[in-house]
Design a protein around this ligand. Structure first.
Ligand code: O4T
Length: 512
């Protein structure tokens, strides 16, 4: 939003006030600017904002270097290296964005505790520009302040609350079962009774099918033999939109349209396709709804219409965000999980045992079933540790905070480097080992699993995504042995979400 620069400019004076701080514990005294006698006696330990180690030269030179070296796809690796070089806190400015970056769980906790009633993450100018140009409302991802909170509280009930989540579990389960059938059909076509594939297109089809069913109560038919061209076009547009977001992130839209009109045009075009698809889904269900209220649960959108707590254009804006936001973000962790399971067969075995034990007592309600699969849940956590979909979580603290003995003024854009944290030896024992059990021990895991963010602004799709992934893996593990030829680490690239540079080839063998 360019908010970074605006906010830190506003924060600068309080920074100077912070120079008066004398003690690490002098939080309130900090603002009063009157060090107590006791504090006076202790050595001065809190350092000013300006003393935070800094990466790189000035904003525009840094942006230029990023551009020329084509660094955007490697931002997560660059951040990881910066932490190794500069320590657990550093600051940097790229184009319009200034931020303080932190690595450790307790520093993330600090940010969480000062996020206030209206937590904010970094905005995305190019996304907002599209909404303004096309006269669409923004959904919760782009909203802030009271507007954000009003929408979010209503949406929470249907999307992330335990009661809301419970209602769409059967829908997700049906699609997961259908995916297994879809895979069996493909295996049967093969005389060798196995299937070696790059699954990433199929995973997109699964996540779009599953989330659409939960949102709209209707199937798109993406797991049938001839899925609609339209839905495929939507998936393609999503990829283009995400890919073009990153290079647009660090320049104001006005300048961008002039510097790289092609990129700008592709971005806007992709957005239009995304909105057209979402609008079709929305219109379908809205018309049905107007003809007569559904008698049974028919997905999130129908419930929002029934509850009538949000205006129609807000429902539309948020449903569009949900529809678009639940595809790549869920497909990528599934792909990384399948790959890690393929190269860690002992984890597969342990999971199958857990699944067997959970099923042994006979049929169970879905929510009970999911609660009896702790290792499977830990498996998803472990994947997100190594491959967090979003490589950082951002917040703007609403009060001055002391992080790592540096004063960080209220309003500064702060980022928790999730990718770097997940792979840091300071935070995780043997970070390179894929070991879901690490999440089930007695260790202190506070603020170590932040892939969905934290607090009131955490990912609203969290429960849906978790349930979708758990059910997918549950059915796949029951039905197939997963294998991979190449056991080498996958290289990852960041294109607004973290993706494999080359999707791995996976082999599926039916279990009789
Ligand atoms: C923001 C959202 C929901 C629209 C189109 C979205 C997306 C998308 C998303 C969901 C996590 C993320 C991570 N970035 O830290 C990667 C696409 C809305 N979404 O992919 Cl209209 N969950 C992005 S984050 O900035 C939240």
């Amino acid at each position: 939003m360019g908010a970074g620069s605006r906010v830190s400019a506003r924060g600068a004076p309080s920074c100077r006030r912070l120079l008066l701080c004398r003690s690490v514990w002098a939080g309130p005294a900090c603002r009063a600017g009157a060090p107590s006698v006791a504090a006076e006696a202790r050595p001065s330990r809190v350092l000013p904002f300006e003393a935070i180690p800094r990466s790189g030269p000035n904003a525009w030179l840094q942006l230029f270097r990023f551009w020329r070296a084509n660094s955007f796809p490697h931002l997560h690796l660059i951040m990881q290296r910066n932490f190794q070089r500069l320590g657990p806190i550093y600051r940097e400015t790229v184009g319009t964005h200034s931020s303080v970056n932190v690595l450790l769980p307790r520093d993330a906790a600090q940010l969480f505790h000062s996020e206030g009633t209206y937590p904010r993450r970094m905005g995305i100018d190019s996304w907002i520009a599209h909404r303004v140009l096309r006269n669409h409302k923004c959904g919760v991802f782009l909203l802030n302040g009271e507007d954000w909170r009003a929408d979010r509280l209503v949406l929470n009930k249907e999307v992330i609350s335990p009661a809301g989540t419970l209602k769409f579990l059967p829908f997700l389960n049906t699609v997961a079962e259908d995916f297994v059938d879809f895979m069996h059909r493909r295996v049967r076509k093969n005389t060798r009774r196995l299937l070696t594939v790059d699954l990433h297109h199929d995973l997109f089809r699964f996540t779009l099918e599953a989330s659409s069913y939960a949102f709209y109560g209707e199937r798109l038919g993406l797991l049938e033999d001839t899925p609609s061209r339209e839905s495929q076009g939507f998936i393609q547009a999503l990829e283009t939109m995400l890919q073009t977001t990153l290079p647009l992130l660090f320049l104001p839209p006005g300048i961008m349209r002039w510097v790289n009109p092609r990129l700008w045009h592709d971005h806007m075009d992709a957005w239009d396709t995304i909105f057209q698809h979402a609008d079709k889904c929305i219109q379908n269900i809205y018309q049905e709804f107007c003809l007569g209220k559904p008698r049974k649960y028919s997905g999130v959108m129908a419930e929002l219409l029934l509850n009538a707590e949000l205006p129609l254009d807000s429902i539309k804006a948020n449903m569009t965000e949900f529809t678009a936001g639940g595809v790549d973000t869920t497909a990528m962790p599934l792909l990384f999980t399948l790959f890690e399971l393929a190269r860690n067969p002992h984890v597969q075995t342990a999971l199958r045992e857990e699944i067997k034990a959970a099923e042994a007592p006979g049929p169970k309600e879905l929510s009970k079933l999911l609660n009896s699969l702790p290792l499977l849940k830990a498996t998803i956590k472990e994947t997100l540790r190594l491959y967090p979909v979003g490589i950082t979580v951002q917040r703007y603290p609403t009060q001055d905070v002391v992080i790592q003995n540096y004063c960080v003024p209220a309003g500064t854009l702060c980022q928790v480097g999730l990718y770097a944290m997940g792979r840091s030896q300071e935070v995780f024992r043997d970070p390179e080992v894929y070991n879901p059990r690490r999440w089930l021990g007695k260790e202190d895991n506070n603020f170590k699993a932040l892939a969905f963010g934290f607090g009131a602004r955490q990912c609203i799709g969290r429960r849906l995504a978790e349930a979708e992934m758990t059910l997918f893996l549950f059915h796949m593990l029951r039905n197939f042995k997963i294998d991979t030829v190449s056991k080498a680490d996958i290289k990852t690239v960041f294109g607004f979400i973290l993706m494999p540079e080359k999707p791995p080839l996976l082999t599926f063998r039916p279990i009789d």
